[in-house]
Design a protein around this ligand. Structure first.
Ligand SMILES: [Zn+2]
Length: 320
């Protein structure tokens, strides 16, 4: 009904329309008003200003004598913050950069954000006794005092997160796996050597699977390396343009636009080595697609073709 600015704060004055409600006690219809109460609710910022809803909450009365509040879509019972505000801080408690920053943005204390974080994480992750037979381990950039990188452990089949370790030190992962990993048979992980050693020392001889994302990356990193080295010898315009068009080297060639295809061909024509590196990447892609198709029934064929791919890479003599 009204908007007011009071100092730094915006106040929204809100009322619901009068409407027939069903009595929660006897289910009869009523639209008879009992009284009003003003409720102050913290809401999301409006144009970067702290915002409060002043809700004139209406109560109805039924013939049976029952008094009850009207329905409304923006605040739950007994809450002093709006539904949208609650949803936003639930997301930001997890995704925000720091608790302190999130608290400042939403106009509450850090401990409110931390409490929310704990509530959500408790329902997402329960303490682990025994890990399942297939696990996946990956690092991610967190922000704890113990280390910049944390480790997430997930069920390798269902992909559900199981636990988070505070850092990626060898000691941490080894202790953890010794304690909880007696059933683990397969570990999906990146291709880091010291990490792999830690897993093997803790678990004996699990099957270690290089996850496909990390495996693919080496091929694309290799191709990027050649492209960077080669484009440095191009002249001014082509050097800049090639750098700007670098995505065309990665993209599935069937999905390239006409313009992208033109640029790709131009740069491949300008350097034999780049062309060769590109062909290796394409050979890898072909191998990968065939591996997905044939892997289940003829793994030895997949292996043979992988060895052919390795030979192609070696014979190219491209250092990257
Ligand atoms: Zn009633």
């Amino acid at each position: 009904t009204n908007v007011e600015e009071v100092g730094e704060v915006i106040r929204l004055y809100v009322e619901m329309e009068r409407k027939v409600h069903r009595c929660p006690k006897c289910n009869q219809r009523t639209s008879k008003i009992h009284d009003y109460r003003i409720q102050k609710i913290q809401h999301l910022k409006w144009f970067e200003r702290k915002t409060q809803i002043f809700y004139k909450r209406r109560r109805y009365v039924c013939e049976c004598g029952k008094r009850f509040s009207e329905k409304n879509p923006f605040v739950m019972r007994y809450q002093r913050t709006s539904i949208e505000w609650n949803q936003a801080i639930s997301i930001k408690a997890i995704k925000g950069k720091t608790f302190k920053e999130t608290a400042e943005i939403y106009g509450c204390s850090s401990s409110t954000i931390i409490r929310r974080f704990d509530q959500i994480s408790r329902s997402e992750i329960r303490p682990v006794e025994e890990l399942p037979t297939v696990i996946a381990i990956d690092e991610y950039k967190g922000d704890t005092r113990e280390g910049k990188y944390q480790l997430i452990i997930a069920n390798g089949i269902t992909k559900e997160p199981i636990d988070i370790l505070p850092n990626r030190y060898k000691r941490t992962i080894k202790d953890y796996l010794r304690k909880h990993g007696s059933r683990v048979q397969i570990v999906i992980m990146d291709m880091n050597h010291s990490f792999k050693a830690a897993v093997q020392e803790a678990l004996g001889k699990p099957v270690i699977v290089a996850d496909r994302f990390h495996f693919c990356r080496y091929i694309y990193w290799g191709l990027d390396g050649v492209r960077r080295r080669v484009q440095n010898q191009f002249h001014g315009y082509d050097r800049k343009k090639c750098k700007r068009m670098k995505h065309v080297f990665h993209k599935d060639c069937q999905r390239l636009t006409k313009d992208e295809k033109w640029h790709l061909n131009r740069y491949l024509e300008m350097s034999n080595e780049l062309k060769q590196a590109y062909e290796i990447k394409e050979a890898y892609r072909t191998w990968f697609l065939r591996a997905k198709e044939n892997g289940k029934n003829s793994i030895s064929l997949v292996k043979k073709e992988l060895e052919e791919l390795y030979k192609l890479i070696e014979d190219s003599k491209i250092p990257e």
